[in-house]
Design a protein around this ligand. Structure first.
Ligand code: HEM
Length: 239
């Protein structure tokens, strides 16, 4: 039996072509943005266990650590998502820069607003804040004494994450760095969440103002939730 000749694909793969198109890049930025908003929401809910007492936050941290290899898959996935979000934002920016001289007057006004520039700047500051946060609480190199904080939980010796957070935020300059970083994160999210809804086509002329208001409110709710932790430590509510 003679089989049909196999078709050899010429040129780049359609997925690659889509990824290199403007809408492809915007979609990747939007989808990775959604993942990051979900992470920030989940992380805040986990951190809220601090209000239930030391055992709750320590048990939550222990539970995460006990995920072992799965935790590493999540960490690497998160890193890849952050990397793709930054890479595709930069590719979009380069595309805009290249398009600018030719069609400066007729170009998309969103790309030339102060907000677009603020998004890149706030994004970079948020990245610096996350690096500081990881050095502070995950790698514990800002204050190496955090490594030796231990407590007992159900008869087991565990890392005292509760004490680490309380000691960490008892330092006013450190708390101010967090509040500043969280403020910039909120500026980034308050514009970013609305944009991603628009990119994914979830808005129209009627729903856009409502969705923008709701996403801004959500971003500021996250801000209040997060800063409540350093503020509670500084005011002695959590000790
Ligand atoms: C008041 C604000 C925050 C507090 C109290 C806090 C608390 C913590 C703690 C205690 C850890 C270490 C957990 C452990 O040692 O088991 C951690 C890890 C982490 N936090 Fe936060 N966090 C805050 C804000 C944020 C924000 C805004 C982001 C992201 C934008 C973030 C991203 C991360 C990441 C990526 C890790 C590493 C998770 C891992 O790989 O184990 N955190 N956080």
């Amino acid at each position: 039996m003679i089989s049909a000749p196999s078709k050899t694909r010429r040129g780049p793969h359609p997925i690659l072509l889509w990824l290199l198109s403007s809408i492809g890049k915007k979609t990747i930025v939007a989808l990775t943005g959604i993942c990051l908003v979900l992470f920030v929401t989940g992380h805040l809910l986990g951190n809220f266990t601090i209000y239930l007492g030391p055992d709750w936050l320590n048990a939550y941290a222990l539970h995460l650590q006990s995920l072992g290899p799965i935790l590493w898959v999540i960490r690497l996935g998160l890193l890849a998502v952050v990397g793709a979000h930054i890479l595709f934002t930069m590719l979009l920016w380069k595309e805009n820069q290249a398009a600018r001289p030719k069609k400066y007057i007729a170009s998309d006004p969103i790309q030339t607003t102060v907000f677009a520039r603020t998004m890149r700047l706030s994004g970079l500051c948020v990245l610096a804040f996350i690096v500081f946060h990881l050095a502070h609480f995950t790698l514990q190199i800002v204050d190496p004494s955090f490594k030796h904080l231990e407590t007992t939980l159900d008869g087991h010796q565990v890392h005292d994450v509760y004490r680490m957070v309380v000691l960490g935020f008892s330092n006013l300059p450190v708390s101010l760095i967090y509040i500043g970083g969280l403020f910039l994160l909120t500026l980034h999210l308050s514009h970013g969440i609305g944009s991603l809804f628009q990119t994914l086509g979830f808005t129209n002329r009627t729903t856009r103002p409502l969705i923008e208001l709701a996403t801004k409110a959500y971003a500021w709710l996250l801000f209040l939730g997060y800063i409540s932790i350093p503020v509670s430590v500084l005011t002695g509510l959590v000790k």
